[in-house]
Design a protein around this ligand. Structure first.
Ligand code: HQG
Length: 179
């Protein structure tokens, strides 16, 4: 089974278009695995997918995009559904990073980091992760530094995505630095 393809399909279902699978996301993004499997089994390529495959897909993935708990599964970040997924605010590290195309930098330094099509701004815990995120759109991306500790002390909320990814509602430009 092509777990990378399965992961993409799940990200689409659990981040962007659950209604296409007759699924409704719980307020923290969870869906019942049994419901998800019913939907997947309608498609010939996913006719044989089992809960074990979902577990294996998560275990094999380089990035932790999904998690399973007590018969349910959810995407950990990336959502664009109309109803904002509820996340618990958490204390971020002092510095976070954001990789972005060079062409976006002047707008970001003027308006701050905005979630754009997604529900949250996505930040990286380390420069290497930020570089990979930025390289999706620019071979030589800009890496911005976010003064997350200071922003949090001044009332900006941060949320945990996975071990490399943090989320925020918005990052005002005064907390963003370029090299
Ligand atoms: C930019 C992938 C101009 C922002 C990745 C980014 C990540 C602005 C783009 C996750 C702006 C939004 C999320 C402003 C923000 N002016 N541009 N004021 N504010 N932007 O894809 O962070 O592989 O929604 O810099 O690896 O690139 O799918 O966010 O370039 O972890 O699991 O607007 O998605 O993960 O782009 O990526 P995105 P992102 P997966």
């Amino acid at each position: 089974m092509d777990y990378m393809k399965l992961s993409k399909e799940l990200s689409y279902a659990l981040r962007h278009a659950p209604w296409e699978y007759e699924l409704e996301l719980h307020e923290e993004g969870w869906v019942d695995i049994s419901q998800l499997l019913i939907a997947l089994h309608e498609s010939p390529q996913w006719r044989d997918v089992t809960e074990k495959d979902l577990e294996q897909m998560i275990a094999d993935s380089e990035k932790k995009r999904h998690e399973i708990h007590a018969g349910r599964i959810r995407a950990l970040y990336g959502h664009s559904t109309p109803q904002k997924i509820i996340k618990l605010a958490a204390q971020p590290p002092e510095l976070l990073y954001h990789g972005t195309p060079v062409r976006a930098v002047s707008s970001i330094m003027e308006h701050g980091l905005q979630p754009r099509q997604r529900q949250y701004v996505h930040l990286s815990a380390d420069i290497e992760t930020a570089r990979k995120v930025g390289q999706r759109r620019d071979g030589q991306p800009a890496i911005l530094r976010v003064k997350a500790g200071q922003a949090a002390r001044e009332g900006i909320l941060f949320y945990h995505g996975n071990e490399n990814i943090w989320l925020a509602d918005i990052i005002p430009a005064r907390y963003i630095e370029q090299d």
